[in-house]
Design a protein around this ligand. Structure first.
Ligand code: SD4
Length: 327
C-alpha cells in the first residue's frame, strides 16, 4: 500500500509536467509576459504583440496590435479583407476584444469594408455603452471613428444578385469552405490578461451569418482572475457549447490550460451529435503564464512566444478517452 502511494505521489508531478508543455518544447519562465495565438500565421501577430509587451505595454494594446498585423496580411487565412468571401461573393468580418482588468469587451459582426475590425471592436468597448455592433450600424460607427476603409460600392450589386438568384431546388450555400481565424491571448508583466480575435468567418457562409468569433464565451473569453481562451474552427460547432467560457471555468476549477482545452473537447464531443468530428480548436493561457491548446479533429498548429522565444507548435487531435480513464 505504502509503495503504491509512493508511486502515485511520484507520478503526479510527472503528469503535471506532461500537461504543462503542450507538444514539444519548454514551458515559459515564470512571470514572463506571454502571448499565444491560433495557427502558424499567429506567430506574426505574436511577434508584434511581444514587442509591445517587452516595452511595458498592456496586454490589451499588445493583442490589438498583434491582430491588426494579421488583419493586414495577404490571403493566407480567413482574417481581414483578404479573407474568405461569403456565398454572395463579398467579405463580412467578425471581431472581438476583451480586457481582463475591467472585464470589458467589444465586438463587431458582419462588418464590411473596414480594414481593422479588431480596432472597431475596441472602439465599441471604449467609446460606446454597448458591447456589440453588427452589420450596417457597425460600419457606420467604424466610419464615424475614422477607421480605415475600402470602397464597398460593389457590394450592392453582389447583394442584389444574391437576393434575386434562382433558388429553385437549390440548397443554401455550405458554410464550411475553409476558415482560419486569428485569436491572440496575452499576459503582460503587470499580471493582466487580454484577448482578441478576428475573422472573415467560414468561407461561403450565408450573407449575415455570424460565427463564434465575435461572441463572448464562444470565440473568446477572458477572466483576469483565472485565464483566457480563444477558439478557431467552425463557429456552429463552437458557439453551441460556449467553448471558451467552458475552458476558463475549467481553469478556475484548477485545471492546467492544456488539460482545460482537452477537457472542453471531451465535454463537447460527449454531447454533440458530431462527437469528436466537431471542428473546434482552442488555445488557452492562465494568469500563471501556463498555456495549452487542443483540437477535436485535426493536428492543430498554434504559435506561442515569450521574451527570446517565438515558435509554432502542434498538438495532435484529442481522441476519445480510453475506458477506465479517470478524466
Ligand atoms: C467562424 N470560427 O466564423 C470562425 C472561423 C474560424 O478558423 O475560426 N476559422 O466560424
Amino acid at each position: 500500500m505504502r509503495l503504491r502511494l509512493a508511486a502515485t505521489l511520484f507520478a503526479l508531478p510527472l503528469l503535471a509536467s506532461a500537461c504543462a508543455v503542450p507538444s514539444s518544447g519548454p514551458a515559459a519562465p515564470a512571470g514572463a509576459p506571454l502571448v499565444i495565438a491560433t495557427w502558424p500565421f499567429g506567430k506574426v501577430g505574436n511577434d508584434v504583440a511581444m514587442r509591445y509587451l517587452i516595452e511595458d505595454s498592456t496586454a490589451l494594446d499588445a493583442v490589438e496590435a498583434g491582430v491588426r498585423e494579421v488583419e493586414s496580411l495577404g490571403p493566407d487565412g480567413s482574417v481581414g479583407l483578404a479573407g474568405r468571401p461569403n456565398a454572395a461573393g463579398y467579405v463580412q468580418l467578425d471581431a472581438c476584444i476583451m480586457d481582463g482588468p475591467a472585464h470589458r469587451a467589444g465586438s463587431v459582426a458582419g462588418l464590411e469594408g473596414i480594414v481593422h475590425p479588431i480596432t472597431a471592436a475596441r472602439r465599441v468597448m471604449e467609446k460606446t455603452k454597448h458591447v456589440m455592433l453588427v452589420g450596417e450600424g457597425a460600419r457606420w460607427f467604424a466610419l464615424e471613428q475614422g477607421l480605415e476603409t475600402v470602397d464597398v460600392s460593389g457590394h450592392a450589386a453582389q447583394k442584389e444578385a444574391w437576393r434575386s438568384r434562382d433558388t429553385d431546388g437549390g440548397e443554401p450555400a455550405d458554410a464550411n469552405e475553409g476558415h482560419d481565424t486569428i485569436a491572440v491571448l496575452a499576459l503582460d508583466k503587470f499580471g493582466d490578461l487580454a484577448g482578441a480575435c478576428s475573422t472573415s468567418g467560414a468561407g461561403r457562409k450565408l450573407p449575415g451569418r455570424v460565427g463564434d468569433s465575435p461572441i463572448l464565451g464562444s470565440g473568446l473569453y477572458v477572466d483576469n482572475e483565472v485565464g483566457a481562451a480563444g477558439a478557431t474552427g467552425l463557429g456552429e460547432d463552437i458557439m453551441r457549447h460556449c467553448g471558451t467560457y467552458l475552458i476558463v471555468e475549467l481553469m478556475r476549477q484548477g485545471l492546467h490550460p492544456q488539460a482545460a482545452c482537452e477537457e472542453a473537447i471531451h465535454r463537447i464531443a460527449a454531447r454533440d451529435p458530431l462527437g469528436y468530428q466537431i471542428d473546434a480548436c482552442f488555445v488557452a493561457l492562465d494568469r500563471q503564464g501556463r498555456f495549452g491548446a487542443a483540437a477535436s479533429n485535426q493536428t492543430f498548429p498554434f504559435a506561442v512566444a515569450w521574451p527570446g522565444t517565438s515558435e509554432v507548435r502542434k498538438v495532435p487531435a484529442v481522441t476519445p478517452r480510453s475506458a477506465g480513464s479517470s478524466r
